[in-house]
Design a protein around this ligand. Structure first.
Ligand code: KIV
Ligand code: ZN
Length: 515
Protein backbone atom coordinates (compact mmCIF):
# COMPACT_ATOMS: atom_id res chain seq x y z
CA UNK A 1 0.00 0.00 0.00
CA UNK A 2 1.51 3.36 -1.00
CA UNK A 3 2.01 5.89 1.80
CA UNK A 4 -0.70 8.19 0.55
CA UNK A 5 -3.29 5.46 1.24
CA UNK A 6 -2.47 5.65 4.93
CA UNK A 7 -4.97 7.70 6.95
CA UNK A 8 -3.58 9.29 10.11
CA UNK A 9 -5.80 9.02 13.18
CA UNK A 10 -5.82 12.17 15.31
CA UNK A 11 -7.60 11.57 18.58
CA UNK A 12 -9.19 14.54 20.33
CA UNK A 13 -11.06 12.70 23.12
CA UNK A 14 -9.08 14.66 25.71
CA UNK A 15 -9.67 18.05 24.09
CA UNK A 16 -12.87 18.24 22.01
CA UNK A 17 -14.24 15.19 23.86
CA UNK A 18 -13.63 16.92 27.15
CA UNK A 19 -15.72 19.84 25.87
CA UNK A 20 -18.82 17.61 26.09
CA UNK A 21 -21.09 19.04 28.75
CA UNK A 22 -20.45 16.84 31.78
CA UNK A 23 -17.15 15.30 30.71
CA UNK A 24 -13.97 16.34 32.44
CA UNK A 25 -10.74 14.53 33.08
CA UNK A 26 -8.00 15.18 35.56
CA UNK A 27 -4.28 14.78 34.92
CA UNK A 28 -4.05 11.13 35.95
CA UNK A 29 -7.11 10.19 33.94
CA UNK A 30 -5.63 11.89 30.88
CA UNK A 31 -2.36 9.99 31.32
CA UNK A 32 -4.29 6.75 31.48
CA UNK A 33 -6.30 7.52 28.35
CA UNK A 34 -3.18 8.74 26.52
CA UNK A 35 -1.35 5.47 27.26
CA UNK A 36 -4.33 3.48 26.04
CA UNK A 37 -4.46 5.55 22.83
CA UNK A 38 -0.74 5.14 22.24
CA UNK A 39 -0.99 1.37 22.72
CA UNK A 40 -3.90 1.37 20.28
CA UNK A 41 -1.74 2.98 17.58
CA UNK A 42 -3.20 6.50 17.49
CA UNK A 43 -0.90 8.73 15.41
CA UNK A 44 -1.61 12.05 17.12
CA UNK A 45 -3.07 12.57 20.60
CA UNK A 46 -4.57 16.00 21.28
CA UNK A 47 -4.13 16.16 25.04
CA UNK A 48 -5.81 19.48 25.82
CA UNK A 49 -5.89 23.25 25.57
CA UNK A 50 -2.97 24.41 27.76
CA UNK A 51 -4.07 28.07 28.10
CA UNK A 52 -7.52 27.02 29.39
CA UNK A 53 -6.39 26.41 32.98
CA UNK A 54 -3.42 25.42 35.08
CA UNK A 55 -4.94 21.92 35.28
CA UNK A 56 -5.10 21.66 31.48
CA UNK A 57 -1.53 22.88 31.18
CA UNK A 58 -0.27 20.30 33.68
CA UNK A 59 -2.27 17.53 32.04
CA UNK A 60 -0.80 18.26 28.60
CA UNK A 61 2.68 18.48 30.13
CA UNK A 62 2.23 15.16 31.97
CA UNK A 63 0.98 13.43 28.80
CA UNK A 64 3.93 14.93 26.90
CA UNK A 65 6.31 13.34 29.44
CA UNK A 66 4.71 9.88 29.29
CA UNK A 67 4.03 9.32 25.61
CA UNK A 68 6.88 8.14 23.41
CA UNK A 69 5.58 6.94 20.04
CA UNK A 70 2.43 8.98 19.31
CA UNK A 71 2.70 12.69 18.58
CA UNK A 72 1.35 14.76 21.49
CA UNK A 73 -0.60 17.85 20.47
CA UNK A 74 -1.81 20.95 22.32
CA UNK A 75 -4.46 23.38 21.08
CA UNK A 76 -3.93 27.15 20.86
CA UNK A 77 -5.99 30.04 19.53
CA UNK A 78 -4.23 32.45 17.15
CA UNK A 79 -2.76 34.38 20.06
CA UNK A 80 0.81 34.63 21.28
CA UNK A 81 -0.09 33.72 24.86
CA UNK A 82 -1.94 30.59 23.77
CA UNK A 83 0.85 29.43 21.49
CA UNK A 84 3.59 30.08 24.04
CA UNK A 85 1.65 28.20 26.69
CA UNK A 86 1.14 25.24 24.33
CA UNK A 87 4.85 25.31 23.39
CA UNK A 88 5.80 25.30 27.08
CA UNK A 89 3.42 22.45 27.99
CA UNK A 90 4.70 20.31 25.11
CA UNK A 91 8.40 20.86 25.88
CA UNK A 92 8.98 17.36 27.35
CA UNK A 93 7.34 15.55 24.40
CA UNK A 94 9.39 13.15 22.30
CA UNK A 95 7.21 14.15 19.32
CA UNK A 96 5.09 17.29 19.58
CA UNK A 97 2.57 19.26 17.57
CA UNK A 98 0.98 22.68 18.10
CA UNK A 99 -2.52 22.96 16.71
CA UNK A 100 -3.56 26.57 16.19
CA UNK A 101 -6.93 27.68 14.88
CA UNK A 102 -8.86 30.73 13.76
CA UNK A 103 -12.37 31.14 12.38
CA UNK A 104 -12.67 31.67 8.63
CA UNK A 105 -16.40 31.95 7.91
CA UNK A 106 -17.74 35.49 7.38
CA UNK A 107 -20.27 34.89 10.14
CA UNK A 108 -17.63 33.97 12.74
CA UNK A 109 -15.19 36.67 11.60
CA UNK A 110 -17.85 39.39 11.82
CA UNK A 111 -19.76 38.34 14.93
CA UNK A 112 -17.23 36.50 17.05
CA UNK A 113 -13.80 37.81 16.06
CA UNK A 114 -14.85 41.24 14.77
CA UNK A 115 -11.94 41.05 12.37
CA UNK A 116 -11.68 41.79 8.67
CA UNK A 117 -10.64 39.10 6.21
CA UNK A 118 -7.24 40.75 5.77
CA UNK A 119 -6.66 40.85 9.54
CA UNK A 120 -7.57 37.15 9.77
CA UNK A 121 -5.09 36.26 7.01
CA UNK A 122 -2.36 38.18 8.84
CA UNK A 123 -3.23 36.42 12.10
CA UNK A 124 -3.04 33.03 10.36
CA UNK A 125 0.48 33.82 9.15
CA UNK A 126 1.57 35.24 12.52
CA UNK A 127 0.17 32.37 14.60
CA UNK A 128 1.64 29.59 12.46
CA UNK A 129 4.99 31.41 12.30
CA UNK A 130 5.05 31.72 16.09
CA UNK A 131 4.07 28.06 16.57
CA UNK A 132 6.93 27.03 14.27
CA UNK A 133 9.36 28.54 16.78
CA UNK A 134 8.45 25.64 19.09
CA UNK A 135 8.13 22.76 16.63
CA UNK A 136 8.26 21.92 12.93
CA UNK A 137 5.00 20.03 13.33
CA UNK A 138 2.31 22.72 13.23
CA UNK A 139 -1.33 22.10 12.37
CA UNK A 140 -3.58 24.96 11.37
CA UNK A 141 -7.39 24.78 11.49
CA UNK A 142 -9.88 27.11 9.82
CA UNK A 143 -12.76 27.04 12.27
CA UNK A 144 -16.18 26.85 10.56
CA UNK A 145 -14.51 26.06 7.22
CA UNK A 146 -17.62 24.41 5.81
CA UNK A 147 -19.53 27.72 5.97
CA UNK A 148 -16.62 29.84 4.70
CA UNK A 149 -16.37 31.61 1.36
CA UNK A 150 -14.35 29.29 -0.91
CA UNK A 151 -12.01 31.93 -2.31
CA UNK A 152 -11.20 33.16 1.17
CA UNK A 153 -10.76 29.63 2.54
CA UNK A 154 -8.25 28.91 -0.26
CA UNK A 155 -6.29 32.05 0.65
CA UNK A 156 -6.29 31.17 4.36
CA UNK A 157 -5.11 27.59 3.73
CA UNK A 158 -2.39 28.86 1.38
CA UNK A 159 -1.22 31.42 3.95
CA UNK A 160 -1.07 28.76 6.69
CA UNK A 161 1.01 26.43 4.53
CA UNK A 162 3.31 29.28 3.45
CA UNK A 163 3.90 30.13 7.11
CA UNK A 164 4.90 26.51 7.80
CA UNK A 165 1.78 24.49 8.65
CA UNK A 166 2.38 20.82 7.80
CA UNK A 167 -1.26 19.86 8.36
CA UNK A 168 -4.27 21.93 7.37
CA UNK A 169 -7.52 21.00 9.03
CA UNK A 170 -10.87 21.84 7.46
CA UNK A 171 -13.37 21.50 10.32
CA UNK A 172 -17.09 21.12 9.98
CA UNK A 173 -17.35 22.93 13.29
CA UNK A 174 -21.13 23.01 13.51
CA UNK A 175 -21.89 19.65 11.86
CA UNK A 176 -23.54 21.40 8.91
CA UNK A 177 -22.10 19.78 5.80
CA UNK A 178 -23.24 16.62 3.97
CA UNK A 179 -20.98 13.97 2.40
CA UNK A 180 -21.01 15.01 -1.28
CA UNK A 181 -20.61 18.69 -0.40
CA UNK A 182 -17.68 17.98 1.93
CA UNK A 183 -16.08 15.71 -0.68
CA UNK A 184 -16.33 18.55 -3.20
CA UNK A 185 -14.86 21.04 -0.70
CA UNK A 186 -11.75 18.90 -0.15
CA UNK A 187 -11.38 18.36 -3.92
CA UNK A 188 -11.77 22.11 -4.48
CA UNK A 189 -8.92 22.81 -2.02
CA UNK A 190 -6.73 20.18 -3.66
CA UNK A 191 -7.37 21.73 -7.06
CA UNK A 192 -7.12 25.39 -6.16
CA UNK A 193 -4.61 25.90 -3.32
CA UNK A 194 -1.23 26.13 -5.10
CA UNK A 195 0.92 24.77 -2.23
CA UNK A 196 -1.57 22.12 -0.98
CA UNK A 197 0.84 19.26 -1.76
CA UNK A 198 3.12 20.55 1.03
CA UNK A 199 0.58 19.70 3.74
CA UNK A 200 -1.61 16.85 4.89
CA UNK A 201 -5.32 17.66 4.60
CA UNK A 202 -7.15 16.86 7.82
CA UNK A 203 -10.85 16.67 8.57
CA UNK A 204 -12.70 17.30 11.81
CA UNK A 205 -16.43 16.65 11.77
CA UNK A 206 -19.11 17.29 14.35
CA UNK A 207 -22.18 15.13 14.53
CA UNK A 208 -25.07 17.62 14.75
CA UNK A 209 -26.87 15.92 11.84
CA UNK A 210 -25.50 12.45 12.60
CA UNK A 211 -23.17 12.71 9.59
CA UNK A 212 -19.73 13.08 11.20
CA UNK A 213 -18.46 9.63 10.20
CA UNK A 214 -20.02 9.73 6.71
CA UNK A 215 -18.55 13.18 6.10
CA UNK A 216 -15.10 12.10 7.29
CA UNK A 217 -15.14 9.08 4.97
CA UNK A 218 -16.24 11.23 2.03
CA UNK A 219 -13.33 13.57 2.74
CA UNK A 220 -10.86 10.69 2.84
CA UNK A 221 -12.13 9.57 -0.56
CA UNK A 222 -11.51 13.11 -1.81
CA UNK A 223 -7.89 13.11 -0.59
CA UNK A 224 -7.88 13.96 3.13
CA UNK A 225 -5.30 11.87 4.97
CA UNK A 226 -5.92 12.74 8.59
CA UNK A 227 -9.19 12.15 10.43
CA UNK A 228 -9.84 13.86 13.75
CA UNK A 229 -12.08 11.80 15.98
CA UNK A 230 -12.89 10.73 19.53
CA UNK A 231 -13.53 7.47 21.34
CA UNK A 232 -17.29 6.81 21.57
CA UNK A 233 -17.89 9.96 19.47
CA UNK A 234 -17.56 12.16 22.56
CA UNK A 235 -17.42 15.92 21.89
CA UNK A 236 -19.13 19.30 21.84
CA UNK A 237 -22.93 19.16 21.49
CA UNK A 238 -23.79 15.99 19.49
CA UNK A 239 -20.13 14.95 19.54
CA UNK A 240 -17.34 14.33 17.04
CA UNK A 241 -16.66 11.65 14.47
CA UNK A 242 -16.43 8.34 16.42
CA UNK A 243 -13.01 6.77 16.04
CA UNK A 244 -14.25 3.19 16.33
CA UNK A 245 -16.80 3.78 13.57
CA UNK A 246 -14.53 5.48 11.06
CA UNK A 247 -11.70 2.97 11.64
CA UNK A 248 -13.98 -0.07 11.36
CA UNK A 249 -15.69 1.36 8.26
CA UNK A 250 -12.28 1.68 6.59
CA UNK A 251 -11.29 -1.82 7.70
CA UNK A 252 -14.57 -3.52 6.82
CA UNK A 253 -15.07 -1.79 3.46
CA UNK A 254 -11.50 -1.91 2.21
CA UNK A 255 -12.94 -3.24 -1.07
CA UNK A 256 -14.58 0.15 -1.58
CA UNK A 257 -12.16 2.39 0.34
CA UNK A 258 -8.58 1.13 -0.05
CA UNK A 259 -7.04 2.96 2.90
CA UNK A 260 -5.34 1.81 6.07
CA UNK A 261 -4.93 3.17 9.58
CA UNK A 262 -2.44 2.17 12.25
CA UNK A 263 -5.17 1.33 14.78
CA UNK A 264 -5.12 -2.01 16.59
CA UNK A 265 -8.85 -2.51 16.37
CA UNK A 266 -8.79 -5.31 18.96
CA UNK A 267 -8.31 -2.62 21.63
CA UNK A 268 -11.46 -0.70 20.64
CA UNK A 269 -13.87 -2.26 23.14
CA UNK A 270 -11.49 -1.98 26.07
CA UNK A 271 -10.72 1.68 25.36
CA UNK A 272 -14.36 2.51 24.82
CA UNK A 273 -15.11 1.18 28.29
CA UNK A 274 -12.18 3.05 29.79
CA UNK A 275 -13.29 6.39 28.33
CA UNK A 276 -16.87 5.72 29.38
CA UNK A 277 -15.78 5.01 32.96
CA UNK A 278 -13.49 8.03 33.16
CA UNK A 279 -15.94 10.51 31.68
CA UNK A 280 -19.07 8.99 33.22
CA UNK A 281 -20.70 8.85 29.76
CA UNK A 282 -22.38 5.47 29.27
CA UNK A 283 -22.41 3.99 25.77
CA UNK A 284 -25.91 3.60 24.33
CA UNK A 285 -26.79 -0.10 23.75
CA UNK A 286 -27.39 0.33 20.01
CA UNK A 287 -24.22 2.38 19.39
CA UNK A 288 -22.34 1.11 16.32
CA UNK A 289 -19.26 -1.04 17.06
CA UNK A 290 -19.15 -0.61 20.88
CA UNK A 291 -22.80 -0.70 22.02
CA UNK A 292 -23.86 -3.73 24.08
CA UNK A 293 -26.21 -4.81 21.26
CA UNK A 294 -23.78 -4.21 18.38
CA UNK A 295 -23.16 -7.96 18.01
CA UNK A 296 -26.35 -9.31 19.61
CA UNK A 297 -28.89 -11.26 17.55
CA UNK A 298 -32.43 -11.42 18.84
CA UNK A 299 -34.68 -12.60 16.03
CA UNK A 300 -35.03 -16.32 15.37
CA UNK A 301 -34.26 -15.94 11.66
CA UNK A 302 -31.03 -14.09 12.45
CA UNK A 303 -30.03 -16.58 15.13
CA UNK A 304 -30.61 -19.43 12.71
CA UNK A 305 -28.44 -17.70 10.07
CA UNK A 306 -25.73 -17.03 12.63
CA UNK A 307 -25.60 -20.69 13.66
CA UNK A 308 -25.13 -21.72 10.04
CA UNK A 309 -22.57 -19.04 9.17
CA UNK A 310 -21.85 -15.89 11.20
CA UNK A 311 -21.18 -13.89 8.04
CA UNK A 312 -24.93 -14.04 7.24
CA UNK A 313 -25.59 -11.30 9.77
CA UNK A 314 -22.16 -10.09 10.90
CA UNK A 315 -20.10 -7.86 8.61
CA UNK A 316 -17.18 -7.87 11.04
CA UNK A 317 -16.25 -10.29 13.78
CA UNK A 318 -16.74 -9.37 17.44
CA UNK A 319 -13.10 -10.42 17.98
CA UNK A 320 -11.91 -7.77 15.50
CA UNK A 321 -13.05 -5.06 17.94
CA UNK A 322 -11.80 -6.95 20.98
CA UNK A 323 -15.13 -8.33 22.06
CA UNK A 324 -14.76 -11.76 23.61
CA UNK A 325 -17.37 -14.32 24.50
CA UNK A 326 -18.51 -13.84 28.11
CA UNK A 327 -15.93 -15.86 29.96
CA UNK A 328 -16.59 -17.35 33.31
CA UNK A 329 -13.28 -16.48 34.85
CA UNK A 330 -12.72 -16.95 38.46
CA UNK A 331 -14.25 -17.44 41.84
CA UNK A 332 -13.42 -16.81 45.47
CA UNK A 333 -10.65 -19.42 45.49
CA UNK A 334 -8.67 -17.81 42.66
CA UNK A 335 -5.28 -16.53 43.76
CA UNK A 336 -3.43 -13.32 43.02
CA UNK A 337 -1.22 -14.93 40.35
CA UNK A 338 -4.25 -16.11 38.38
CA UNK A 339 -5.81 -12.67 38.83
CA UNK A 340 -2.69 -10.94 37.54
CA UNK A 341 -2.55 -13.16 34.47
CA UNK A 342 -6.25 -12.51 33.84
CA UNK A 343 -5.53 -8.77 33.92
CA UNK A 344 -2.74 -9.25 31.38
CA UNK A 345 -5.04 -11.31 29.15
CA UNK A 346 -7.59 -8.47 29.30
CA UNK A 347 -4.88 -6.04 28.19
CA UNK A 348 -4.18 -4.24 31.48
CA UNK A 349 -0.63 -3.24 32.37
CA UNK A 350 -0.87 -2.15 35.98
CA UNK A 351 1.69 -1.39 38.66
CA UNK A 352 1.94 -3.57 41.80
CA UNK A 353 -0.16 -1.25 43.98
CA UNK A 354 -2.94 -1.04 41.43
CA UNK A 355 -2.96 -4.84 41.03
CA UNK A 356 -3.19 -5.42 44.77
CA UNK A 357 -6.01 -2.84 45.16
CA UNK A 358 -7.91 -4.42 42.30
CA UNK A 359 -7.28 -7.91 43.75
CA UNK A 360 -8.73 -6.81 47.10
CA UNK A 361 -11.88 -5.56 45.37
CA UNK A 362 -12.05 -8.74 43.33
CA UNK A 363 -11.94 -10.82 46.54
CA UNK A 364 -14.71 -8.70 48.10
CA UNK A 365 -16.78 -9.18 44.96
CA UNK A 366 -16.11 -12.92 44.88
CA UNK A 367 -17.47 -13.18 48.43
CA UNK A 368 -20.78 -11.75 47.22
CA UNK A 369 -21.04 -13.00 43.66
CA UNK A 370 -20.67 -16.67 42.77
CA UNK A 371 -19.63 -16.31 39.14
CA UNK A 372 -17.27 -13.59 37.97
CA UNK A 373 -17.05 -12.77 34.28
CA UNK A 374 -14.53 -10.76 32.22
CA UNK A 375 -16.97 -7.83 32.20
CA UNK A 376 -16.99 -7.83 36.02
CA UNK A 377 -13.20 -7.64 36.14
CA UNK A 378 -13.12 -4.86 33.54
CA UNK A 379 -15.76 -2.82 35.44
CA UNK A 380 -13.98 -3.36 38.74
CA UNK A 381 -10.47 -2.54 37.49
CA UNK A 382 -11.54 0.51 35.49
CA UNK A 383 -13.49 1.73 38.50
CA UNK A 384 -10.70 1.27 41.06
CA UNK A 385 -7.64 2.24 39.02
CA UNK A 386 -9.31 5.29 37.55
CA UNK A 387 -10.20 6.52 41.05
CA UNK A 388 -6.70 5.94 42.46
CA UNK A 389 -5.77 9.60 42.94
CA UNK A 390 -9.19 11.09 43.67
CA UNK A 391 -9.32 13.67 46.48
CA UNK A 392 -12.64 12.31 47.77
CA UNK A 393 -12.82 8.53 48.20
CA UNK A 394 -15.62 6.23 49.23
CA UNK A 395 -14.79 4.21 52.38
CA UNK A 396 -17.92 2.49 53.76
CA UNK A 397 -21.70 2.61 53.83
CA UNK A 398 -24.48 1.16 55.96
CA UNK A 399 -28.10 1.74 54.97
CA UNK A 400 -31.13 0.99 57.11
CA UNK A 401 -34.37 0.98 55.11
CA UNK A 402 -37.49 -1.02 54.36
CA UNK A 403 -41.22 -0.91 55.05
CA UNK A 404 -40.76 -1.08 58.83
CA UNK A 405 -38.44 1.94 58.93
CA UNK A 406 -40.02 5.43 59.08
CA UNK A 407 -37.05 7.22 57.48
CA UNK A 408 -34.21 5.41 55.69
CA UNK A 409 -30.83 6.23 57.22
CA UNK A 410 -27.38 6.22 55.66
CA UNK A 411 -24.25 5.86 57.78
CA UNK A 412 -21.37 6.89 55.54
CA UNK A 413 -17.59 7.22 55.68
CA UNK A 414 -15.61 9.16 53.07
CA UNK A 415 -11.91 9.92 52.91
CA UNK A 416 -11.41 13.58 52.00
CA UNK A 417 -7.86 14.71 51.28
CA UNK A 418 -6.53 11.77 53.30
CA UNK A 419 -8.81 12.24 56.36
CA UNK A 420 -11.64 9.78 57.03
CA UNK A 421 -14.92 11.53 57.91
CA UNK A 422 -18.16 9.92 59.03
CA UNK A 423 -21.79 11.07 59.11
CA UNK A 424 -25.41 9.89 59.29
CA UNK A 425 -28.32 11.28 57.26
CA UNK A 426 -31.93 10.42 56.53
CA UNK A 427 -33.88 10.80 53.28
CA UNK A 428 -37.09 9.98 51.44
CA UNK A 429 -35.57 6.71 50.23
CA UNK A 430 -32.23 4.92 50.66
CA UNK A 431 -30.64 6.70 47.68
CA UNK A 432 -31.85 10.08 48.95
CA UNK A 433 -30.46 9.32 52.43
CA UNK A 434 -27.13 8.30 50.91
CA UNK A 435 -26.83 11.42 48.74
CA UNK A 436 -27.81 13.63 51.72
CA UNK A 437 -25.01 12.03 53.74
CA UNK A 438 -22.50 12.71 50.94
CA UNK A 439 -23.64 16.35 50.78
CA UNK A 440 -23.20 16.71 54.55
CA UNK A 441 -19.56 15.66 54.25
CA UNK A 442 -18.81 17.63 51.11
CA UNK A 443 -20.76 20.45 49.45
CA UNK A 444 -24.41 21.19 48.87
CA UNK A 445 -24.17 23.53 45.89
CA UNK A 446 -24.62 20.80 43.26
CA UNK A 447 -27.93 19.47 41.95
CA UNK A 448 -28.52 16.01 40.61
CA UNK A 449 -29.83 15.95 37.04
CA UNK A 450 -29.62 12.25 36.14
CA UNK A 451 -29.36 9.02 38.13
CA UNK A 452 -29.16 5.82 36.05
CA UNK A 453 -28.50 2.19 36.96
CA UNK A 454 -27.69 -0.73 34.72
CA UNK A 455 -26.40 -4.27 35.24
CA UNK A 456 -22.90 -5.15 34.02
CA UNK A 457 -23.84 -8.81 33.35
CA UNK A 458 -27.03 -10.89 33.62
CA UNK A 459 -28.36 -12.43 36.86
CA UNK A 460 -29.70 -10.97 40.08
CA UNK A 461 -26.21 -10.97 41.60
CA UNK A 462 -24.84 -8.85 38.71
CA UNK A 463 -22.73 -5.80 39.48
CA UNK A 464 -24.59 -2.52 39.12
CA UNK A 465 -23.03 0.30 37.12
CA UNK A 466 -24.46 3.66 38.19
CA UNK A 467 -24.20 6.99 36.38
CA UNK A 468 -24.86 10.30 38.14
CA UNK A 469 -24.95 13.73 36.50
CA UNK A 470 -24.48 16.77 38.74
CA UNK A 471 -24.95 20.43 37.83
CA UNK A 472 -23.42 23.47 39.52
CA UNK A 473 -23.65 27.05 38.21
CA UNK A 474 -24.50 25.83 34.70
CA UNK A 475 -21.58 23.37 34.59
CA UNK A 476 -22.30 19.64 34.49
CA UNK A 477 -20.22 16.60 35.38
CA UNK A 478 -20.93 12.88 35.15
CA UNK A 479 -19.66 10.18 37.46
CA UNK A 480 -19.77 6.39 37.29
CA UNK A 481 -19.42 3.68 39.90
CA UNK A 482 -19.67 -0.10 39.89
CA UNK A 483 -20.36 -2.58 42.69
CA UNK A 484 -22.46 -5.65 43.39
CA UNK A 485 -24.39 -3.47 45.87
CA UNK A 486 -26.40 -0.85 43.96
CA UNK A 487 -26.20 1.66 46.82
CA UNK A 488 -22.42 1.33 47.10
CA UNK A 489 -22.21 1.76 43.30
CA UNK A 490 -24.41 4.87 43.70
CA UNK A 491 -22.09 6.27 46.38
CA UNK A 492 -19.06 5.61 44.18
CA UNK A 493 -20.75 7.29 41.20
CA UNK A 494 -21.74 10.39 43.20
CA UNK A 495 -18.26 10.68 44.72
CA UNK A 496 -16.70 10.26 41.28
CA UNK A 497 -18.88 13.10 39.96
CA UNK A 498 -17.85 15.28 42.90
CA UNK A 499 -14.17 14.71 42.09
CA UNK A 500 -14.91 15.88 38.56
CA UNK A 501 -16.64 18.92 39.93
CA UNK A 502 -13.42 19.80 41.75
CA UNK A 503 -11.65 19.70 38.36
CA UNK A 504 -14.38 21.85 36.76
CA UNK A 505 -14.26 24.41 39.58
CA UNK A 506 -10.50 24.65 39.15
CA UNK A 507 -10.91 25.21 35.41
CA UNK A 508 -13.26 28.13 35.94
CA UNK A 509 -10.92 29.79 38.44
CA UNK A 510 -7.55 29.86 36.69
CA UNK A 511 -6.56 33.22 38.16
CA UNK A 512 -7.21 32.06 41.72
CA UNK A 513 -5.21 28.93 41.09
CA UNK A 514 -2.18 30.81 39.83
CA UNK A 515 -2.18 33.19 42.80
O1 KIV B 1 -14.74 22.12 15.77
C1 KIV B 1 -13.75 22.83 15.58
O2 KIV B 1 -13.71 23.69 14.70
C2 KIV B 1 -12.60 22.64 16.46
C3 KIV B 1 -11.34 23.31 16.06
C4 KIV B 1 -10.60 23.85 17.24
C5 KIV B 1 -10.51 22.36 15.28
O3 KIV B 1 -12.68 21.90 17.41
ZN1 ZN C 1 -14.42 20.50 17.19
Amino acid sequence: MSTNQRVLIFDTTMRDGEQSPGASMNRDEKIRIAKALEEMGVDIIEAGFPIASQGDFEAVQAVAKEIKTSIVCGLARAAKGDIDRAGEALKPAARKRIHTFLAVSDLHMRVKLQMTREAVLQAVTDSVTRARQYTDDVEWSGEDSTRADHDFLCRAVEAAINAGARTVNIPDTVGYTVPDEYHALIKMLKNRVPNIDKAVISVHCHNDLGLAVANSLAAVQAGARQVECTINGLGERAGNCAMEEVVMALRTRKDHMPYTTGIKTELITRNSHLVSTITGFPVQPNKAIVGANAFAHESGIHQDGMLKDASTYEIMTPESVGLRKSNLVMGKLSGSRAFRSKLEELGYKLGDNAVSDAFKRFKDLADKKREIFDEDIIALVDDSVVRENDRIKFVSLEIVCGTKIAKPTADLELEIDGVVKQTKATGDGPVDALFNAIKQLTTNTQHMQIYQVHAVTGGTDAQAEVMVRLEENGKTVQGQGADSDTLVASARAYVNALNKLLVKREKSEPAALRA
